[in-house]
Ligand binder design. Structure first.
Ligand code: SAM
Length: 201
């Protein structure tokens, strides 16, 4: 995808997700919450960790991340109304209104990056993952997850006007991430859980 096309996609996402804040800011069913806890647990966060939640939306992952007593939680999103909601609910979180492809946190400054329920929305996945790899410290983790699984994403693709791509296979992720210095260390593609964890070498 050309950079101008990626920008147009991000702008469309911004407008549409700004309209959807209340839809995303709802309590999740217990079984979904259980899978979200599993997703966050997959990186074994240490106290004091620096964590980035990409495409944070209304911040469903934030309290789960905060449970692990991080020193800093960054939340990035293209939709400013989502970020406002996160700021109102979790004032300690540092919000960044930008596409993940151009988020300018310092290099090797982040311990874990979560992309939950949003990877399919990213227009320029090479740029996004390249920037994530840059920000991760050595041994840091990138998590791409969806608590409803691949079929849910594919159904959304068929019914939504949003830009959504199918979730990558393990081989596709390995081909994308290896040149960026990221090694896939866990991959689960189950009916109700998609979870990929990569480690920065
Ligand atoms: C489906 S919502 C998911 C929100 C949240 N992570 C969750 O699991 O409920 C996707 C979010 O990603 C944001 N988003 C989409 N593309 C993005 C990008 N390239 N960079 C940063 N945020 C993006 C959208 O604005 C939206 O708030």
């Amino acid at each position: 995808m050309l950079p101008e096309e990626a920008k147009a996609v991000a702008e469309h996402q911004r407008r549409r997700f700004n309209e959807l804040v209340d839809v995303f800011d709802r309590p999740q069913p217990p079984e979904v919450m259980a899978r979200l806890w599993e997703i966050v647990a997959s990186v074994e966060l240490s106290p004091g960790a620096v964590v980035l939640d990409v495409g944070t939306g209304a911040g469903v992952l934030i309290p789960l991340i905060q449970f692990y007593q991080p020193s800093t939680v960054w939340a990035c999103d293209v939709a400013e109304k989502m970020l406002q909601r996160v700021h109102d609910k979790y004032p300690a979180v540092r919000t960044c209104h930008t596409d993940i492809a151009s988020l300018a946190l310092a290099s090797t400054s982040v311990d874990a990056i979560f992309m939950n329920g949003m990877y399919g929305n990213i227009a320029d996945k090479s740029a996004a993952c390249g920037n994530a790899a840059r920000m991760l410290r050595s041994g840091g983790r990138l998590v791409v997850s969806h608590p409803e699984g691949r079929a849910f994403v594919d159904q959304l693709r068929a019914t939504s006007d949003l830009f959504i791509e199918s979730l990558p296979t393990k081989k596709e992720f390995e081909a994308l991430l290896k040149p960026l210095g990221l090694e896939v260390i866990a991959y689960r593609d189950e009916p109700k859980l998609y979870l990929m964890v990569a480690r920065k070498i």
